[in-house]
Design a protein around this ligand. Structure first.
Ligand SMILES: *Cc1c(COP(=O)(O)O)cnc(C)c1O
Length: 223
């Protein structure tokens, strides 16, 4: 496998303008993140609170940290002071917790609604129907310390490209409906976070604005 810097450059060069690369550094050491940083990467994604906290202290302060994993309510307050974007709001309750913690920290926290588009049952997220009901309910409009900036989804882990494509299209269509119905005048509602190491080119062609790539940058994770 090529080096981290090479991988970053190669992927970035293939992304259309306006699509951002989130380098998913979970389970990889600080030295690997530093290598990516030295290649110009500033946007990193982590999926565990404890690991994220350990890493932030050892790395440059101008890194933009995104949280992409399942977030437990009791850990929200630990990341809210510095996190740039939470991709993984998977329940109304979690959004409430982030709002409360954001208010306490004096910040407005950018968030994405995680939509369950895959066939696998283990993945977290709202179903499309649940998320439609959540948006229609309108309670979220009262949360001043969060800003809903778009949606996130993960496709089924499969070789069947047409299936993956269908799932990404489902997320894109949901985004378009939500945008039209609730966020038409909100410029910040513009993110569709989809695409990982094996499927990001498909995600980009389906309208992704943010791809989350881990192993194709850093190599296989050591669990
Ligand atoms: C680990 C992870 C990724 C990156 O996965 P790779 O297949 O290594 O690119 C992307 N998104 C989420 C939510 C993840 O947990």
């Amino acid at each position: 496998m090529a080096g981290i810097a090479e991988n970053i450059v190669r992927i970035r060069e293939s992304l259309p303008a306006g699509v951002r690369l989130v380098a998913v550094s979970k389970f990889h050491p600080v030295s690997s993140i530093q290598e990516a940083y030295d290649a110009g990467q500033r946007l990193f994604g982590e999926s565990r609170v404890q690991e994220l906290l350990q890493k932030t202290g050892q790395l440059p302060a101008d890194i933009e940290w995104h949280f992409i994993g399942h977030l437990q309510s009791n850990k929200v307050k630990m990341i809210v002071p510095f996190v740039s974007l939470i991709h993984s709001i998977d329940s109304p309750r979690l959004l409430v917790e982030v709002d409360k913690a954001g208010a306490r920290a004096g910040r407005v926290i950018d968030c994405l609604l995680q939509i369950h588009i895959a066939a696998e049952e283990t993945k977290f997220g709202f179903t499309v129907e649940e998320c439609e009901a959540f948006l229609a309910d309108g309670e979220w409009r009262r949360y001043d310390a969060v800003r809903i900036c778009g949606v996130m989804g993960m496709a089924t882990f499969t070789d069947d490209e047409s299936r993956i494509r269908t799932e990404f299209d489902t997320l894109k269509r949901f985004f378009d409906r939500a945008k039209a119905a609730y966020f038409a005048d909100k410029d910040f509602f513009r993110e569709i976070s989809m695409g990982m190491s094996d499927d990001w080119p498909l995600a980009v062609s389906a309208g992704s604005t943010m791809v989350r790539v881990g192993s194709h940058i850093f190599g296989n994770r050591v669990y």
